[in-house]
Design a protein around this ligand. Structure first.
Ligand code: GLV
Ligand code: MN
Ligand code: MN
Length: 414
């Protein structure tokens, strides 16, 4: 049967979002569901059961990526994937990643109820550790699926407590049997914009044409511990003071390239972190982004020079390592057209957008035609417990996702 005028069940989709939001719920209304934590295990178990209940087979690969599959008419065609992530930041919201997976679940439920037979199989994917909050870098498991990282590299990533990705995967029982990486006909992902543009322009749909270039660094500034009362100011080698200067320098650097550029020092571990000790060592991270790889390369050079100068004039030693480089991504024109067409048919206002955030789609774009659908989020806020999107916008995004997937599928049958 073909699929005339199928629309998602908005209430059922919303109920799934609210139900799973209880797993790792924070007092301020967000979610803390770090990758491979016990909360992650619980939401994975919920997800697998929900997928089986609507007739999907569920498999898990050796990185914990979960694949819920619904057969198509032509088993020779690789599946059309709908993917995103169920892990969150430590103070994450209810929508980042989650709506992409749960809209996919709603589509699976709908196709099952309506008895729709697609050309290609449809595969709903929950990618492991998209956020990179517990195990850096972000998009680790989709990147490994796409051949950007080796499995050994992924397994060896450690959280700040020294627990490896591989042992955390085993601890929650999600190192699966399926080999890593298989062909996909396409990959579509619904996500909140995580920025202010759609809301400001009063549009419902962002048709995502690419993802900006990202670099991550880890650094340690070393000075000397000293007594806070007895060490005169001129004799101090205060590592935190040096890092404070670097925080300002990163901000100023991004401002020089704004509005396109952003720069963030997101993590600081001050040692020994005692109120009456001059800090002798500080670990910190830096995140630089711009849509153009060449601009990020310029920012990289400036950042390295300024950080080195700050350390040397303060009598400090800086060790700096680039830990992740995700080049700018340009999504597939055919997938972008499928999303634009779906938004048009539904009469939804839309515009092209480049994603400021990284996404699993950025890596999957290397191995399959890929794009994303964005919907607005309140005040452009994300990676925040107050992250918010409306039921109507989530449903609109899910309907565009459905329309794009079915249109792409029809194209495979022609
Ligand atoms: C991933 O969410 C990122 O953009 O850092
Ligand atoms: Mn996300
Ligand atoms: Mn995120």
């Amino acid at each position: 049967m073909s699929a005339p005028n199928l629309v998602v069940n908005s209430d059922r989709l919303w109920a799934s979002i609210q139900e799973t939001a209880a797993i790792g719920a924070t007092p301020k209304g967000g979610i803390c569901r770090l990758a491979l934590s016990d909360e992650d295990r619980r939401v994975r178990d919920w997800f697998a059961e929900a997928c089986r209940a609507c007739g999907c087979s569920v498999s898990v690969d050796a990185l914990g990526n979960m694949f819920a599959r619904r057969p198509g008419r032509n088993p020779k065609l690789p599946p059309i994937a709908i993917g995103s992530h169920l892990d969150t930041q430590p103070t994450g919201g209810k929508y980042d990643g989650i709506i992409g997976v749960l809209a996919g679940l709603e589509i699976m439920r709908l196709l099952d109820e309506a008895g729709v037979e697609t050309e290609a199989p449809i595969e709903l994917i929950n990618w492991t550790n998209e956020e990179g909050a517990r195990f850096a870098p972000a998009m680790l498991a989709s990147g490994t699926f796409a051949g950007v990282f080796t499995p050994d590299y992924a397994y060896a990533r450690e959280d700040r407590g020294g627990v490896s990705f591989g042992s955390a995967l085993d601890a929650i029982g999600y190192r699966g049997a399926e080999p890593i990486g298989h062909p996909l006909s396409a990959h579509f992902e619904l996500h909140i914009e995580q920025g202010p543009i759609l809301e400001a322009e009063g549009r419902t749909i962002g048709v995502v044409t690419g993802v900006q270039s990202i670099r991550w660094y880890e650094a340690t500034m070393t000075g000397m511990d000293g007594h806070a009362g007895a060490t005169p100011m001129h004799l101090r080698r205060d590592a935190l003071l040096g890092v404070a200067e670097i925080v300002r320098a990163v901000h100023a650097l991004a401002m020089r390239y704004a509005p396109g550029a952003v720069g963030t020092v997101g993590m600081i571990e001050n040692r020994p972190n005692s109120r009456n000790v001059v800090p002798g060592e500080v670990f910190f991270t830096v995140d630089l982004r711009h849509a153009d790889d060449a601009v990020v390369a310029e920012m990289d050079a400036a950042f390295r020079a300024e950080a080195a100068a700050i350390a040397s004039r303060s009598g400090l030693t800086l060790s700096l390592e680039e830990t992740w480089r995700s080049p700018a991504v340009h999504f597939d024109a055919g997938c972008v057209a499928a999303v634009t067409g779906a938004a048009e048919r539904l009469g939804l206002s839309h515009r092209p957008l480049v994603s400021g955030a990284g996404h699993d789609s950025a890596y999957i774009a290397r191995v399959a035609p890929t794009t994303m659908v964005f919907i607005p989020c309140k005040d452009g806020l994300s990676h925040n417990e107050a992250e918010s999107a409306t039921q109507a916008d989530v449903a609109a995004g899910a309907n565009v996702l459905l329309g794009a997937v079915l249109a792409f599928d029809r194209g495979l049958g022609e």
